[in-house]
Design a protein around this ligand. Structure first.
Ligand SMILES: Cc1ncc(COP(=O)(O)O)c(C=O)c1O
Length: 369
């Protein structure tokens, strides 16, 4: 298997640790280990005493229990803990699909969701989101059945979507599950931004509705703990989880013990962490609204109702040119849509970082100049 370059990650490798303002990032504001341990009086001492040997390949049992509790009626046996969400995408592709199969992928999408499959010789069709003049996104239900092929084995969605934050409603998810069930398809549901509904509602997971659904979750995005590199796959299908665990022996074998410990602390206090992060996003939206109203002739933007990102459209000019100028002149990084194979008119805007108002000020100065 030859791997195609991962364009968005290459872009991050250049800018993530040099650009002062990460205005395009999809993860929420992080915190220090000290801040996290402070959630529990005895956590600091317990962390010092943690044994540093190998850990259970499927994941720490207590951590799997905490993860299972994020879904209705899910057994800890239906969870495999992984090194970030990316390992989950890779192992799902290797475990469920083979060369000659076909998968339908909701687009725009995070590149690895279709690239790992393409590199394995799997055919891909994009189920493209529709965009209105004012930058609202919607599903194209007429298109979906036309994409089916005799060799279609799986359907992949991201809800909330990266980069638009479009989120399936309960009714839409039920409709999609009915479609997948009718055609006996695996449904891979990337839910790394789940729990970031701005109103505080927790959206249902495909895992709760369908026996052939596989849900992807992670500590990186909604919880802002990307450095833990803790993600998971969840499914009612225990046999599938076991096969994924078996393939994990070839990638990472088991997870980092300190990271599993810290992920447990975070999940025990998830409500406080999620409330904090939703608060940051809401405060940032309050800054973004007047900005986009002022520059309505240059950008089309409608704030999403969930997630930590949005995907505004430039009314003229190239998004990659705009992104390059912003990095060079004011140290503000945003991600042009070329990194999502989605033309050159949009850019991904992250709303989960505390320094967004300063970045926005710099962008406004740049536009005035
Ligand atoms: C939709 C989506 N899935 C998976 C990932 C991978 O997440 P992680 O960095 O935690 O492995 C990302 C990261 O940006 C993402 O946006």
């Amino acid at each position: 298997m030859k791997l195609t370059p991962f364009y968005i990650e290459q872009f991050y490798a250049v800018h993530e640790f040099t650009a002062p303002y990460m205005f395009g990032s999809s993860d929420c504001e992080s915190m220090s280990i000290g801040e996290l341990l402070a959630f529990e009086p005895d956590a600091q001492e317990a962390f010092q005493q943690l044994w540093m040997g190998y850990t259970e390949s499927q994941g720490d049992p207590e951590l799997r229990e905490l993860v299972a509790s994020l879904y209705a009626n899910l057994d800890p046996q239906g969870v495999v803990v992984l090194t970030g969400a990316q390992e989950g995408i890779f192992l799902f592709t290797l475990t469920v699909l083979e060369a000659g199969d076909h998968m339908i992928v909701q687009t725009p999408a995070y590149q690895s969701q279709y690239q790992n499959a393409l590199d394995l010789g799997i055919e891909i069709s994009g189920w493209t989101l529709r965009e209105s003049e004012d930058n609202r996104w919607s599903l194209d239900w007429e298109m979906l059945p036309k994409l089916l092929q005799p060799n279609t084995r799986a359907l992949l969605i991201t809800t909330p979507n990266n980069p638009t934050s479009y989120t399936f409603t309960e009714a839409e998810l039920a409709q999609l599950v009915a479609f997948a069930r009718e055609h006996d398809l695996y449904l891979f549901s990337d839910e790394v931004y789940r729990s970031l509904d701005h109103g505080g509602k927790v959206a249902p997971s495909a895992v709760e509705l369908y026996e052939k659904a596989i849900g992807l979750g992670v500590m990186s995005k909604a919880y802002g703990l990307a450095g833990l590199r803790i993600g998971w796959l969840a499914s009612q299908d225990h046999n599938l989880i076991e096969r994924i665990r078996d393939h994990k022996f070839y990638t990472t074998i088991c997870n980092s013990a300190p990271s599993e410990f810290l992920a447990k602390v975070a999940l025990r206090h998830r409500q406080v962490i999620l409330d904090r992060n939703r608060g940051i996003i809401q405060a940032n939206i309050a800054h973004l609204e007047p900005f986009f109203a002022t520059y309505a002739d240059r950008f089309a933007w409608t704030p999403p109702t969930s997630g930590a990102i949005s995907f505004p459209r430039l009314r003229y000019g190239s998004a990659s040119g705009f992104a390059n100028s912003l990095i060079e002149t004011c140290g503000v990084m945003m991600v042009p849509s070329t990194k999502f194979d989605w033309g050159d008119q949009h850019f991904r805007l992250g709303m989960g970082r505390r320094n967004l108002p300063e970045a926005l000020h710099r962008v406004a100065e740049f536009l005035k100049a």
